[in-house]
Design a protein. Structure first.
Length: 543
């Protein structure tokens, strides 16, 4: 039997924290053969990403250390290897797609420069050849208007577009092993189908192996040859994919397979008060060109949209990456400039100045798509949640505010004892729950939820959806729920808006949109969401 491409034996990872040593991974062992895809699944905080980062020695030293274990790539030991050895392997023989593209991409460099850098370092290409290869890669991963995007910076792209850039960078040198840490988390369902098909094709074409980390078991069944299930830093079960899905042996594996957001949205209240309304809302971003950077055109991110959200109602907003979903939410909260009427509780707010808006900020909150980018790394979790309480003068004393912090952390499923730790000490899913807690602690009337469950595994998604429904029923909250996960949208939304290229393609009661969509674009989204395995790159909708 041939030696594995990657062999991990008895790997353990410890983190030094102010509270003592935390054992993140304990005696993990698995192999990845040449041309094989191994999926690692488990809930947030189970040690999936920590195990993957250990392969290329990307964990922060000396905070993280490996008390025991071995990581061998093509027979060469990587634990404790010289930096020169690791530099030759990173991005060349072994590439990685990170979970959070906004924090992985350099905010000071445009897209072309970031992808070119990989090609310059490992391939020594000329500038012209590197540009041609960069364009080829961006088109390969489905980035629309690839040539126009070369000069774009990360903040000018949607979450899904940033993730596609990350994938292009990882594939640039045709690595032998691709470590994909939640590579489709930020992608809409149709592009997700394209990316999975692309990765599958590249794997076959180049004989590439993949270590695929995800919480989406539908993707695992489609992509993986074998599966390793992790819980609390240990592998509790591993085996052939079909065996794991058909006859799981461990109770935890059975729990993961049974987890799915369920239930339905709360029944709309007749005559409920209108919380937010927008008429003919427009957000245009200028496109500049030439030496003088004159405006030659506009990106019509939101192009004449009318929407209303009532008390106790959830309006779901769906559509592909770059369709304008997040821009719509930011405009409603007056976080970006826009044209058109915006009303909050029958008060026109589109012309209000910053000082006049400040008293309303407590009533209008947002949970951002990228929790790591929206949480200050210099503040503890308690300080992050407390910040809004201080700004809006809620809680007279520190002890009273601390009680509120403990309560909201318990509501979102976080251990209050961890409130003095920092964001980097939490998993992606845990950070998202911190972001939700920060918004909920102010007891707002309207919350824009921008992909609030995209970083969470299915079992935690179900918990968060139940939590949001419970809070909505208790406090009559109004939600604008933005997501590419239509199963999640269906579980919480009364009304659904389908967006494409800044416009509304279709909208109406959720049951009508899901059960009897009228437009071809909506039908394609539904087909991709509820039968992902049947959708290939040729069946997707162009953005």
């Amino acid at each position: 039997m041939a030696d594995p491409l990657l062999s991990i034996q008895d790997l353990s990872v410890e983190f030094s924290t102010p509270g003592g040593i935390v054992e993140a991974v304990r005696n993990v062992s698995f192999d990845v053969a040449a041309g094989e895809t191994l999926a690692i699944v488990g809930e947030s905080g189970s040690g999936k990403s920590v195990s993957a980062l250990s392969i290329l020695q990307l964990l922060p030293y000396p905070v993280a250390r490996h008390p025991n274990g071995s990581v061998k790539f093509e027979g060469q030991e990587l634990l404790g290897a010289e930096d020169s050895v690791l530099r030759g392997i990173r991005g060349n023989d072994v590439a990685m797609i990170f979970q959070e593209p906004m924090t992985s991409l350099n905010p000071l460099h445009n897209i072309e420069k970031q992808i070119n850098e990989v090609l310059f370092v490992h391939k020594g290409l000329s500038r012209a050849d590197a540009r041609a290869r960069t364009l080829e890669l961006l088109k390969l991963v489905g980035l629309s208007d690839a040539e126009k995007r070369l000069n774009a910076f990360p903040h000018e792209l949607s979450g899904g577009q940033r993730q596609r850039v990350m994938i292009a960078m990882a594939l640039a040198n045709e690595p032998k092993l691709l470590i994909a840490d939640e590579p489709t988390t930020a992608l809409d369902v149709t592009i997700q189908a394209q990316i999975l098909e692309l990765l599958d094709d590249l794997k076959a074409k180049f004989g590439m192996s993949m270590l695929f980390i995800t919480h989406d078991l539908g993707i695992v069944r489609k992509m993986a040859d074998r599966v390793a299930v992790m819980q609390q830093g240990e592998i509790v079960e591993q085996g052939e994919t079909e065996t794991i899905f058909e006859t799981p042996a461990h109770d935890y594996t059975k729990k993961l397979l049974d987890a799915e957001p369920s239930g339905s949205a709360l029944a709309p209240v007749h005559g409920a008060a209108k919380i937010v309304q927008a008429d003919d809302l427009k957000v245009y971003f200028p496109i500049t060109a030439g030496l003088m950077r004159r405006t030659v055109d506009y990106v019509r991110a939101v192009d004449g949209i009318t929407v209303e959200v009532r008390e106790g109602q959830t309006v779901g907003v769906v559509g592909e990456s770059g369709s304008g979903k997040t821009t719509l939410g930011l405009a409603l909260l007056r976080l970006i400039s826009s044209e058109g009427l915006i009303e909050f509780e029958c008060q026109q707010i589109e012309e209000l100045r910053t000082k006049e808006l400040r008293p309303l900020r407590r009533e209008m909150q947002i949970v951002f798509q990228d929790p790591y980018g929206s949480l200050s790394p210099r503040m503890s979790i308690a300080q992050i949640i407390e910040e809004g309480l201080k700004v809006h003068k809620l809680g007279d004393k520190a002890a009273e505010r601390d009680d509120m912090i403990v309560q909201v952390m318990e509501e979102v499923g976080l251990d209050p004892a961890a409130r003095h730790r920092y964001p980097h000490e939490f998993s992606g899913g845990q950070r998202q729950r911190v972001a939700i807690a920060r918004a909920l602690v102010l007891k707002p009337k309207f919350i824009v939820l921008d992909e609030p469950t995209s970083a969470l595994d299915r079992s935690v998604q179900a918990q968060i959806i139940d939590l949001l429904r419970g809070l909505q029923e208790k406090y009559k909250l109004a939600y604008l729920f933005i997501s590419h996960d239509l199963k999640v949208v269906r579980a919480i939304s009364n009304h659904v808006i389908v967006m494409q290229n800044g416009k509304v393609v279709e909208q109406g009661p959720a049951n009508e949109i899901f059960d009897a969509p009228r437009e071809d674009y909506t039908k394609a989204l539904m087909a991709a969401a509820f039968d992902l395995a049947a959708v290939g790159a040729g069946d997707t909708v162009a953005t």
